[in-house]
Write a protein that binds this ligand. Structure first.
Ligand code: TYM
Length: 408
């Protein structure tokens, strides 16, 4: 076997059932890649607490995530599997990275905007009567104020001539005006309800990866923007303090983005639109039975459009090519109904995940196997993490050793 020269790092949040999006977007690749590279996989519980959660349930969720990962094929003999909060250096490096991370880059993060907006909706939904109307009134006022400010900016925007000589005073005025507007809008759109930790989520993710100087990160397409931030943090750190951190690259999984059973949003643990890899056969059948298909297909004889049907797109990962062609033709001709198409898919998903369900049962009967794997993973990760923190402390003038080497 050739000696692996690059290191792999990836993580998953213990926020609910691991689903087929996680599996096809990431974990299946983790299993494959750990045969070839030094691979470190992490249950990111510090990330999971950036949104509302139940502390009493968290340890069980961490355990379930580790058990499911092992059932999917993560072998502690071939990779390092551990829990983020067991290695406190992750949080420490996050703080140090905060010093080189531009606020502007964090404000651009799509996931933050989505999650903070959800936090706002939830907060408003929880309010009642007058409190709710007052929150909605505040949002409306913000909208009105934004329109007013934009109107005030209009003459400057009109005077701007992109082709002509830059008028620096004008550009500065527009920048100031738009900057202020953006900030107000972001606050209004929910940022004020979100935690500072949610805002910092991508910096913790950069710390996760760079603590181990990993270069390869197998994650779904939705994480590309977070990896861009990770690259930016590494570059800024290196420029300021010395060449410590490598460039990271995303390794795509088998599926870039699996849609949820609602056919609209990304499959997600929190949206209740998923099929869990450990779901029982009956549950899979039931969930698929009510899943969204082509809305124009009302009767079985209506010709369907497989290209816009999420059920058909899922067949790609579970059904043979020959059978897919048969389903596609039958759907277009209106001879195979959604019921039969879903039944075929349910059968294939159940068969595909049967070995995973069986391995999960074995681990459930021997939970110590999971606990021992996590402990071995912690020991190994800690060793690498403390070396990196030592190196970073030295460069930043922090820590006991730096004090010992103080210049006169
Ligand atoms: P999490 O738990 O949200 O997702 C875990 C992995 O599953 C992928 N994924 C999907 N892929 C395709 N289709 C979907 N519907 C779908 N839903 C989720 C995600 O892209 C991810 O690869 N922020 C990370 C956790 C993390 C991390 C890290 C990852 C924390 N630190 C360091 C890599 C490196 C996340 O999205 O977790």
């Amino acid at each position: 076997m050739t000696q692996p020269t690059e290191r792999v790092f990836s993580g998953i949040q213990p926020t609910g059932d691991i689903h087929i999006g996680n599996y096809l977007g990431a974990i299946k690749k983790w299993v494959e890649i750990s045969e070839r590279y030094d691979s470190i996989f992490c249950i990111v519980d510090d990330h999971a607490i950036t949104v509302d959660y139940n502390p009493a349930k968290l340890p069980r969720m961490v355990f379930e995530a580790a058990l499911t990962g092992m059932a999917c094929g993560l072998d502690p003999q071939k990779c390092t599997l551990f829990v983020q909060s067991h290695v406190p250096e992750h949080v420490e490096l996050t703080w140090l990275f905060n010093t080189v991370t531009p606020l502007g880059s964090l404000f651009r993060m799509t996931q933050f905007k989505e999650k903070s907006r959800n936090a706002l909706y939830k907060a408003i939904a929880k309010k009642e009567g007058e409190a709710q109307s007052s929150a909605l009134y505040q949002i409306k006022s913000l909208g009105d104020a934004t329109v007013k400010q934009l109107t005030a900016l209009q003459p400057d925007l009109t005077a701007l001539e992109p082709e002509g000589q830059p008028d620096e005073a004008l550009i500065a005025r527009i920048n100031d005006g738009l900057g202020g507007l953006m900030q107000k809008l972001q606050v209004g759109l929910g940022v004020s309800e979100a935690s500072a930790a949610l805002f910092d989520y991508p910096v913790l993710q950069a710390a996760d990866i760079l603590l181990y100087k990993a270069t390869l990160v197998p994650v779904g397409e939705d994480q590309e923007q977070h990896l861009e931030l990770c690259r930016e943090v590494a570059e800024r750190f290196n420029r300021k303090f010395g060449d410590v951190f490598p460039q990271v690259h995303r390794i795509p999984g088998e599926a870039p983005r699996i849609l949820g059973l609602d056919g609209k949003q990304k499959m997600s643990k929190s949206l209740d639109n998923h099929i869990g890899v450990l779901d029982e056969p009956k549950v899979i059948q039931k969930k698929l039975a009510s899943a969204f298909t082509d809305p124009q297909r009302i009767r079985r004889s209506d010709p369907g459009r497989p290209e816009i049907c999420n059920i058909f797109s899922l067949h790609r990962y579970f059904t043979t090519e020959g059978k897919r062609e048969e389903l596609e033709q039958g759907c277009r001709a209106g001879t195979i109904g959604c019921f039969d198409c879903k039944k075929e898919l349910a059968g294939n998903i159940i068969t595909a995940f049967e070995p995973i369900r069986n391995r999960a049962d074995t681990f459930r009967q021997n939970p110590q196997l999971v606990i021992d794997a996590l402990e071995a993973g912690r020991a190994r990760s800690s060793e690498i993490a403390s070396q990196t923190i030592g190196e970073v402390h030295q460069l930043l003038g922090l820590g006991r050793r730096a004090l010992g080497q103080m210049q006169k």
